[in-house]
Write a protein that binds this ligand. Structure first.
Ligand code: ARG
Length: 471
């Protein structure tokens, strides 16, 4: 009966083609095969441990499961039309290989706890990989920060608010800002992995089993740190997928902000960065073009990553307990988000690692005198003037400078409250060195920050290495 679904028992006729086509998930859940086999081996060991099947029987089924694993990894596994999903395909083949003994594989188990188990195993491994790729990008950014210099001699560029030049900042400080954001993403991913590290195996279809299964035993076998507390929750919970999709969507949003910045930096108008040819694209029509398509796609793909999250949340909304077939819709967005963010992290990392900076263009933009206006106001404050008055006084000079096309420094020099030594603040390279607040962009706090950043990265590196080694 290999042309019939595994559940054909109570049915008089074969399933309609349209049903098979619409309900199948094999086309996308194939990639869970490794995790399904891992889950099945633990389940079989659990059945033997509980003396529901004999040890000899368990060995025979495990042998068949290992044969399936070999067939899968060599691409020799033959699927048949009635294989609805990877789970039924594997069970069908095991039964083919191990006969009546193989038919004991699904004892005390439902696809509902089986699929949740496989998906959690998949997430543990693949999210750790996403974390590693995110860490790699953090390393690229922090390396570029260090190359550009954390101290007084460091490169600097204009910092912007409202996309208007505001104050000069160290380039290292700027790179580090993106790095801190990605490190929060990493922290979040590791917490998601820890939270999803729960075995649902033993929950059965929804209520557990009357057989003497040992859910703690199989949880340990699978390397999960704990088992489910409630079988209804175990089979209907997809919080972990939603969380993973959120974590990835937020990484995507952070990458989109980086991407947007690089789109701007590589314009002729900004001219702050030049991409390596290997990480830029040309135009099919305009021979002169060198485009930052990686940066644009990093920006563009974030929409899709957000869509995957909101799509799943909409699927989960108002879904009654416990398992419903709707839940099959969890996999495609998850796989897509993991795939897309992995590609984006690597492409963006390569692009940033290999780009050249036009630090003269950055500096000359940052040395524009207007960016020293706040330093002038703070200089007056240090002399005892209330800030609001200082702000107004400097503001009036700025206005006059723009209106009359006179350099701000000249006006400052002539001002009886400010004068020559205040005008020194507007000299190239002075402004960037002025900020002293902890965590600020001046060279002294920036050097301290570089140590904090390095220490935080080391902690994350250790956590991620432990997650990768634990699987
Ligand atoms: N392919 C299904 C999924 O991914 C497996 C579970 C089906 N369970 C069921 N009772 N029909 O969710």
């Amino acid at each position: 009966m290999t042309d019939q679904p595994l559940w054909h028992g109570r049915f008089d006729s074969s399933p309609a083609d349209a049903l098979l086509k619409f309900t199948q998930s094999l086309s996308f859940d194939k990639r869970l095969w490794r995790d399904d086999i891992t889950g099945s081996i633990a389940h079989v060991r659990g059945l033997a441990h509980a003396e529901i099947i004999s040890v000899a029987e368990s060995e025979k089924i495990i042998l068949a499961l290992n044969t399936v694993a070999t067939e899968m990894s060599s691409g020799k596994f033959e699927f048949v039309a009635s294989d609805e999903d990877i789970h039924t395909a594997i069970e069908r083949r095991v039964t083919q290989l191990a006969g009546d003994t193989g038919a004991k594989l699904h004892t005390g188990r439902s696809r509902n706890d089986q699929v949740a188990t496989a998906l959690r195993l998949w997430c543990k491994r693949e999210l750790a990989h996403v974390a590693k790729l995110t860490l790699d990008l953090c390393d690229v950014l922090s390396t570029r920060a260090t190359e550009s210099g954390w101290g007084a001699a460091g490169d600097y560029l204009p910092g912007y608010t409202h996309m208007q030049r505001a104050q000069p900042v160290l380039l290292a400080h700027h790179f580090a800002a993106h790095t801190w954001a990605l490190m929060r993403d990493l922290d979040r991913l590791t917490q998601t992995i820890e939270r999803l590290d729960v075995s649902p195996l033993g929950a059965g279809a929804l209520a557990g089993s009357s057989l003497p299964l040992d859910a703690d035993f199989v949880a340990r076998e699978l390397g999960f740190s704990r088992r489910f507390n409630n079988s209804l929750d175990a089979v209907s919970d997809r919080d972990f997928v939603a969380e993973a999709l959120f974590d990835i969507a937020l990484i995507g949003v952070h990458l989109s902000r980086l991407g947007e910045e690089w789109v701007l930096w590589t314009t002729q108008e900004f001219g702050f960065a030049v991409l390596d040819d290997a990480y830029a694209t040309g135009s099919s029509m305009l021979p002169q073009k060198k485009n930052a398509d990686i940066a644009e796609l990093a920006r563009g793909k974030s929409g899709r990553l957000i869509g995957n999250l909101t799509g799943l949340l909409a699927t989960l909304k108002a879904m009654p307990l416990a398992y419903n077939r709707d839940l099959q819709e969890d996999k495609e967005p998850l796989f897509d988000s993991v795939d897309q963010v992995s590609l984006a992290l690597q492409a963006l990392g390569g692009m940033i690692a290999t780009a050249k900076f036009n630090t003269d263009a950055m500096k000359s933009a940052a040395d524009a005198q207007l960016l020293g206006a706040t330093d002038l106001a703070e200089w007056l404050v240090a002399k005892g003037m209330p800030f609001r008055q200082a702000h107004a006084r400097v503001g009036a000079l700025v206005s006059k400078s723009i209106r009359d096309s006179v350099s701000l420094a000249k006006l400052v020099e002539a001002d009886d409250e400010l004068g020559k030594s205040a005008a020194e603040l507007l000299q190239p390279g002075v402004g960037v060195s002025r900020r002293t607040t902890q965590g600020g962009s001046g060279p002294v706090p920036a050097v301290a920050q570089s140590a904090e950043l390095g220490a935080a990265l080391t902690v994350l590196r250790t956590r991620i290495a432990a997650l990768i080694n634990s699987r």
